[in-house]
Design a protein around this ligand. Sequence first.
Ligand SMILES: [Zn+2]
Length: 235
Amino acid sequence: MSGAHFAFTDRWGGVSAAPYEELNLGGAVGDDPEAVRTNRELAAKTLGIDPARVVWMNQVHGADAVVVSAPWGERPVPRVDAIVTAERGLALAVLTADCTPVLLADPVAGIAAAAHAGRPGMVAGIVPAALRAMTELGADPARIVARTGPAVCGRCYEVPEEMRADVAAVEPAAHSETSWGTPAVDVTAGVHAQLDRLGVRDRQQSPVCTLESGDHFSYRRDRTTGRLAGYVWLD
Ligand SMILES: [Zn+2]
């Protein structure tokens, strides 16, 4: 794939102390801000990108996407769950600990997007919103490459029966059952169904379930914990 880069971190290789050990990249989870800053620099260095050219979001489980052409700098970080750019070399980052990180890129048009799709965001349509913002900038779904990262899987994400029904009414592909036989939601399956319906065929899904993996942060498992990051950028 010429020009498009996708990366997902795990929890190792940073400086945060327990319960955020080691590579917590989330700035709003109670960790030492200095440790988070160092971790973001370490992660960027590992990826070969400039930490000053990474754009983060103030994620709120909503369905708003915003176009960005430079890091926020002194401006307030917007409360959105997807960021889209036509700026090559600008990296977009999404923070998660069980929610599904969604990275999208049309390397031909030079358009990239990062989206945070938890259960509420997936249901609200954050992924279609990100895709719409991309196509408005000239991206073509037939050329878009989609990668979803480590997330809680559909066999672990237990929800009340009524919640499963509400989610499945919007996105049937997200209907799931836990490995112990109770109602569940598969957010990542819902995301892929939405992308498929909108014409995005080049898709891959991380095999990692955050709740089952000791190498990843999981909010449902640990409650007070760090955040993983997904990064997308174009050369
Ligand atoms: Zn699982």
